[in-house]
Design a protein around this ligand. Sequence first.
Ligand SMILES: Cc1cc2nc3c(=O)[nH]c(=O)nc-3n(C[C@H](O)[C@H](O)[C@H](O)COP(=O)(O)OP(=O)(O)OC[C@H]3O[C@@H](n4cnc5c(N)ncnc54)[C@H](O)[C@@H]3O)c2cc1C
Length: 429
Amino acid sequence: MPLSPLPDYRDPCGWNRMLPARQPRPPAEGRIRARYAIVGAGYTGLAAARRLHELDPSAAIVVLEGTEIGEGSSGRNSGFANPRDSKIGLSTTQMERAEKLNEFAGEGFAYLLEAMEKGGFSCELERTGRITGAATELGATKIRAMAEGARSHGFAHEFLDAEGMHRLIGSEYYRCGIRTEEGYLLQPAALIRGLADTLPPAIRLFENSPVLGVEAGSPRRLRTAKAEIEADIVILATNAAIKHFGFWRDGLVTIYTYAGITEAMAPEDAARLGIPAWGLLPAHRLGTTVRRIGADRMMVRSLYAYEKPIAPARAREALTGCFHRRYPELRHVTLEHVWGGTTALTMNGSPRWGLLEPGLHGSAGCNGSGLVKGTVLGKRLAEMIVTGDPQEALRAVYGSANRIAPEPFRTIGFHLVSALERRKAGAEM
Ligand SMILES: Cc1cc2nc3c(=O)[nH]c(=O)nc-3n(C[C@H](O)[C@H](O)[C@H](O)COP(=O)(O)OP(=O)(O)OC[C@H]3O[C@@H](n4cnc5c(N)ncnc54)[C@H](O)[C@@H]3O)c2cc1C
């Protein structure tokens, strides 16, 4: 079945709408020649472009983005970034792997910070720590195990009972939670705009230029509606949309997930939102993410749809329900922006990464945490291409995505597992 070259984004991205209007760079036109062509200007593609330029400064580099900067999934996410993510409640062997994973995550995060500093842009980055909240008994059991793991490994943390959660986030919805020190929140559309708008002039970025096909050969030829680009080396940094080009269809699932931001609240309503800045992840992976934005808004993220988007009205209704269940006294507050975006899931949580064919590379499968992971995978892909370093350490730590059952078993399996998980998640959703 032919796949669309771009994810079906439908509604505009709320984060992007909250920023001043921005003039996109013009689409690619005519014949263009470059040493490197990168398809996709998300975190992965832009990190790869910046690193290629650092290592090979005289090379011509082009980046082709199918939509506008800020309107892809790198602008549509919840803005949770964590340079040290995977520690609490882990066994000793897992701890060793977690430490190594954290080194790579730290490298990705540092590369983002460096870009912000060099480029002189800001994206409302704030170190808020991270709360994981439980609304069910199953979730509470998980939180207690996390707290036990944190205690035994000596990690700074705070266990919060229902009253503590209420004090922190102003909601009586949660039974308990755990708060750890690491964890940042940011405005994702401001980040991806900043990264794109401060690229060195040697990197040519074209927006609204979906790549329709990549031909084999040396150089390779890429086609858009109005341009033909020749490049010696091509990177497909399109996340799950790489399936459009015929790669990794056996290992990647495209998941649509949804977010909404409230209207600005009156001061007496905003006073109910707890401490000034916080972000909460759910105890169950199908649960709802919630965060405070600035003084007077909230964001909720929930819902998962397999391969196809949900009707916008249904997404709005479901997200509004998620918000009002947590803040019943704010039932008069509506969601001003609602939108969906995509993420690429793999069965075992490992990405697909590396050489696809001579002169053609790819990176996909960030499993919902691509802000930092996509950055390090894009950066390291550029290093592998220019220096020839096979990146054994990175491969060993991240592993490689395994195959998923073919259709129709894949779709049936997905629906069965997600029905089961939804029952388990219950009120975490
Ligand atoms: C609602 C939501 C909440 C999320 N929350 C978080 C979070 O809090 N923290 C976190 O780390 N991650 C989060 N994620 C996941 C995160 O957004 C992704 O992991 C991340 O965007 C992956 O980056 P990427 O550069 O690999 O891919 P993308 O951001 O998807 O970038 C790929 C780009 O390629 C473009 N493209 C695709 N096909 C073509 C083509 N044919 N031609 C040209 N361009 C093309 C796309 O338009 C896109 O801009 C969330 C995702 C969603 C949808």
